[in-house]
Design a protein around this ligand. Structure first.
Ligand code: MG
Length: 240
């Protein structure tokens, strides 16, 4: 595989949902970063991504794309440089939150967690997590393993938000952004900034399917591995 840019999704691919990336995975990533460019792209915030990544040794260069690549930070010799970030306007956020409130009422979701805990304003994206941001991981995994519950929510929400993209992320989460602002947006801007074309990219993610938040990789014809979980990612990384 002659990829020059390795792009990895984070939750469900490099780490459990919102959990730190293990030393074993980090070791493989940092080794790979010596030989090619490495980018982490995630629905989570920059703050969360920094927490998940932990310490990065001197000399390692990483392209960090939180909130679906609406935000791009280049980490070089421990120095973080913001390349860009694209924010939602207050009016847009209000509209999304109104639709989420309708969803909560329609499906009786207020009993699962407090509204404050269910909503995450990531500036470039609003996220709704049915069980709350920091619910028990086992409970979260049991909630909607086939994503069918959230698919039905998307059908309901689309009526209110035709001009927004709603995607399935994490374990109980829906991510809301402007239309066209999915990971594909981030991947195209990454190609543009680095001068590495998309056909030299390799993408590893756990949701490369219709409606999944990694599906941009498939739509953009990027070489990819759709992994079943972190153990499989480790095997793939070791082969690269
Ligand atoms: Mg994922």
């Amino acid at each position: 595989m002659k990829s020059r840019m390795l792009v990895c999704d984070v939750d469900g691919t490099l780490a459990e949902s919102r959990q730190p990336i293990s030393d074993e995975i980090k070791e493989e990533l940092f080794k790979l970063a010596n030989r090619r460019e490495v980018c982490l792209i995630t629905g989570g915030s920059y703050k969360l991504l920094k927490y998940q990544l932990g310490k990065v040794p001197e000399g390692v260069i990483l392209h960090l794309m939180p909130t679906m690549g609406m935000h791009y930070v280049l980490l070089e010799n421990k120095k973080a440089t913001k390349i860009y970030s694209v924010s939602l306007k207050k009016k847009e956020k209000d509209k999304i939150i109104y639709a989420i409130k309708r969803l909560i009422k329609q499906f009786d979701l207020s009993k699962l967690a407090s509204f404050e805990d269910q909503i995450d304003d990531r500036k470039t994206q609003i996220s709704f997590s049915a069980l709350g941001k920091d619910a028990d991981l086992v409970e979260k995994k049991k909630f909607d393993p086939t994503a069918n519950i959230r698919k039905s929510w998307i059908v309901f929400l689309s009526k209110y938000l035709p001009e927004y993209e709603i995607r399935i992320g994490g374990t109980t989460t829906l991510d809301f952004t402007r239309k066209g602002m999915d990971k594909g947006y981030g991947l195209r801007r990454l190609a543009n900034f680095t001068g590495i074309s998309l056909n030299k990219f390799l993408y590893i993610g756990d949701r490369i399917f219709e409606g999944g938040n990694d599906d941009a990789a498939r739509r953009l014809n990027i070489d990819h591995y759709n992994v079943g979980g972190i153990a499989e990612t480790l095997e793939v990384l070791k082969l690269l």
